[in-house]
Design a protein around this ligand. Sequence first.
Ligand code: 2BA
Length: 148
Amino acid sequence: MISLYSGEFLGLSVKDLMIPSERVAHVQVGNSLEHALLVLTKSGYTAIPVLDPHYRLLGLISTPIIMDSILGLERIEFEQLDTKKVQNAMNTEIPRINVNSTLQSSLDLLVDHPFLCIEDESGIFEGILTRRTVLLKLSNQVKRNNRK
Ligand code: 2BA
């Protein structure tokens, strides 16, 4: 039986596993949907954070959201990419976690969300916690326990 209790996994702080903001692809709230689609395509990610000029977290933008917002009755209206703004299309109902929270409190959220945005007390974006990072840590922990 593998016990995952102990500070070694569940007690970790999200800060320990965070991808820091400077390594996270993001867009600014005033950017056009064309710019957002460019960043998404070039980075290879399907969804990325939206920030304001003060680096506060406002929401997420994704390729499906962009496609949906330029979907006309009979065709995709690509000419709208240039005029529509990220702020009118982004999803603002996103889970947020504090930089000092533990991994245990984030696990339930990661079931439904591929990544969680991390912010400090004043809402400044600090980075993201991804499923990959957590699963990698868990996998290493299980291997280490099996060797004991
Ligand atoms: P997705 O873009 O849907 O990516 C799903 C998974 O595919 C990723 O899981 C990762 O394992 C792989 N993947 C996709 N694009 C990749 C790339 N350019 N380089 C390496 N691996 C790539 P996770 O790593 O757990 O990430 C979960 C979600 O977190 C991603 O979903 C994306 O929306 C976001 N994400 C991860 N790293 C990011 C970063 N540096 N900047 C912005 N968003 C990021």
